[in-house]
Design a protein around this ligand. Structure first.
Ligand SMILES: O=C(CO)[C@H](O)[C@H](O)COP(=O)(O)O
Length: 232
């Protein structure tokens, strides 16, 4: 079974779950990435917006565009007081629901929406499940002025910092106008401490470790079917 098929299957399962567990009229949180793109398309196909849900908040310009292309209303997070659910993908997820995110560059808005949401549902294919985080390079969104200084600090931490670039070899810029350092070769045995440490450095906007605010639930697709994992 291809990875794309798994992404579609997990998105259909996530739509079933969200429809069964989310109050009518709610605004729901939508993340970013190729798995979430399938999820947006599934929700649009089922015509749940405007009827069952009032709209969405989105973690990136790309997801906002896709939602709007389907005619789905996208609210600013500042307009919303409560968010019952946030659905997003992950680059890695460990047995505690802690994740590396930001492969798609939307880590800061993802973390903000995850903070507001009551329930964070991670949707992923089985390739994202790991015992220890860090095989996937850890994204750190930084203010451009701090890039070199922060790269040295990340190197001292034992990682290999690489500035994310576009296909034109220019620095990749996030929706917030910042840059991303991808830190390779980390073996993250204490995600909570590492998240707090990197977040404490001036110039760091967000580290793509979701340890303090892990997922509440993960729907994981494999050839065997969809596994629903609930975290404590
Ligand atoms: O964190 C993210 C974007 O910033 C994505 O959720 C993560 O990169 C997974 O993406 P995909 O579903 O394409 O594998």
């Amino acid at each position: 079974m291809s990875q794309d098929t798994l992404k579609l299957l997990v998105s259909q399962a996530a739509a079933d779950y969200v429809l069964a567990h989310t109050p009518a009229g709610a605004v729901i949180g939508i993340g970013t990435g190729s798995t979430v793109n399938y999820f947006i398309d599934v929700l649009a196909e089922r015509k749940v917006f405007g009827s069952r849900f009032s709209g969405a908040v989105s973690s990136s310009n790309a997801s906002t565009s896709r939602l709007q292309m389907h005619g789905i209303e996208v609210f600013e997070l500042n307009q919303i007081e409560t968010l019952p659910v946030y659905i997003d993908g992950a680059d890695e997820i460990n047995p505690h629901g802690q994740m590396i995110k930001g492969g798609g560059g939307a880590l800061t808005r993802e973390k903000i929406i995850a903070m507001v949401a009551k329930t964070f549902i991670c949707i992923a294919d089985v390739s994202k499940r790991v015992d220890t985080l860090g095989h996937f390079a850890l994204p750190v969104e930084v203010m451009p002025i701090a890039r070199s200084a922060l790269s040295r600090k990340l190197l001292a931490l034992g990682g290999m910092p690489v500035l994310r670039t576009t296909s034109n070899s220019t620095p990749y810029l996030t929706d917030n106008g910042n840059q991303i350092i991808d830190v390779q070769h980390l073996n993250i045995t204490d995600p909570l401490t590492l998240e707090a440490e990197i977040n404490s450095w001036p110039g760091v906007v967000t580290v793509g470790l979701f340890a303090k605010r892990p997922a509440n639930l993960c729907l994981l697709a494999s050839a065997a079917g969809i596994e629903t994992i609930q975290y404590a």
